[in-house]
Design a binder for this molecule. Structure first.
Ligand code: NAD
Length: 389
């Protein structure tokens, strides 16, 4: 027995921001980051609101890996303005912060005045990176700076009502952000594909997203103005989001959350560093003999097959060819292959190791990983990720 949720209305393509003129609201609270204001990207949203005579207030305090303090500040600002809609423009950080602001403001008000919550606040997400898929997911990742921990919050109430994908907005993303965020897409899709909650529905989406990443990420990285590559990566990000909001993720994300929080590595880069090692751990090839492999190894091998990385039907060869292809892609995107290469200090890593193992095991994404790790195993994976191969 399964369950597959179909999410927000997704409008995609250049010019689709025009949909903002039709939202039928008088007051909009815009949540974004300072770059969107400084670069003028925000005008692409506000011009439409001006044309439709919609009043708006801009909250542009969002920083990468948004901390609890900024969410609190946003709740206050939103409450004072009391909007009918929230529009969030930015990468995963802006979208996640806006989700948390809207969600907790609603919860607080519900406690104080049940009538206030009867008025549904429309939520519109406009991503400017092709990475998190947050525009269609029930996830919001918020950082507690006191403990350097990132908390993935999950609630269906956080799924946006509308997502608008205009690849023109992504063109300003520098190549290293394109690389990191693009690898985030690949990690979402691969983790969804092997998750214990995967289904024919989520597999179809994950497969398409994986093919798009291998087809277009390098092009978008090499030429940020390649609009076709940008559009395909924007679609891949959203499609992978649809897959993982249903199938959930695995330990790659559990480990990336704490690595990102503790060592301040951007989320996509943390995922990219981990991915080959996590695939190797999950496939567990050493435990199996020549003709008998884990179901997870077979699923990784399916990926290698539909990417035409191998003609062999042997699962071991499939897993290995997938790992090789991911390592080649990472090299071509100039992404480091270990935490050591990413300049994490050895003493910093070693003094945090026990703690990060425990936090990763207890992360919400661990429970849908296809192989449930014990602390000793996870510690070994972290050590390999630190040293590299
Ligand atoms: P981000 O939002 O943190 O942005 C990274 C940097 O890129 C920022 O400085 C931002 O200003 C800049 N930027 C964004 N768009 C740009 C553009 N078009 N041009 C130039 N610069 C631009 O990056 P992200 O990778 O999109 O989001 C990462 C966050 O999302 C992390 O906190 C991660 O944990 C979270 N996340 C959430 C989900 C989810 O489903 N909610 C999934 C994965 C990750």
């Amino acid at each position: 027995m399964g369950n597959f949720k179909v999410g927000p209305n997704v409008y995609f393509g250049v010019g689709k921001l025009e949909k903002l003129r039709e939202i039928n609201c008088k007051k909009v609270f815009i949540v974004t980051d300072p770059f969107m204001v400084k670069s003028g990207a925000i005008n692409q949203v506000t011009d439409h609101l001006d044309a439709a005579k919609i009043n708006y207030k801009v909250f542009s305090d969002i920083v990468p890996d948004p901390p609890l303090e900024i969410v609190s500040k946003g709740i206050k600002a939103m409450d004072e303005f009391d909007p009918e809609a929230v529009i969030t423009l930015g990468g995963g950080s802006a979208i996640d912060a806006a989700k948390a602001i809207s969600y907790f403001r609603n919860m607080i008000n519900k406690g104080l005045d049940s009538q206030k919550t009867d008025k549904k606040v429309l939520f519109i997400a406009i991503p400017t990176t092709s990475g998190t898929g947050s525009e269609v997911t029930s996830f919001s990742v918020i950082t507690d700076k006191k403990f350097n921990v990132k908390y993935p919050l999950v609630d269906e109430a956080m799924v946006p009502d509308m997502a608008i994908l205009d690849a023109n907005l992504v063109k300003t993303a520098p190549n290293f952000i394109t690389a990191d965020t693009g690898m985030d897409v690949l990690t979402h899709a691969i983790e969804a594909y092997v998750s214990t909650e995967s289904s024919d529905y989520s597999d179809a989406l994950a497969e398409k997203a994986i093919k798009l990443v291998f087809g277009y990420l390098e092009r978008a990285y090499k030429d940020g103005n390649d609009l076709e590559a940008r559009e395909k990566m924007h679609n891949a990000s959203c499609i992978a989001g649809m897959a993982f909001t249903n199938a959930s993720l695995g330990i790659n994300h559990s480990m990336a959350h704490i690595i990102g929080g503790r060592f301040h590595i951007p989320h996509g880069k943390a995922n990219a560093i981990l991915l080959p090692y996590v695939i190797e751990y999950n496939a567990n090839l050493k435990e199996f003999n020549r003709n008998e492999y884990s179901d997870t190894a077979k699923k990784y091998a399916e990926i290698a097959k539909f990417l035409n990385l191998t003609s062999s039907n042997n699962a071991r060869e499939g897993v290995k060819s997938l790992i090789r292809a991911i390592c080649t892609l990472k090299r071509n995107l100039n992404i480091q292959s270990s935490l050591k290469e990413a300049k994490v200090e050895r003493k910093d890593f070693e003094s945090n190791l026990e703690d990060i193992v425990n936090i990763a095991i207890n992360d919400g994404c661990t429970k849908t990983n296809p192989r449930y790790p014990n602390p000793t195993e996870l510690k070994e994976v972290f050590k390999v990720v630190y040293e590299g191969k």
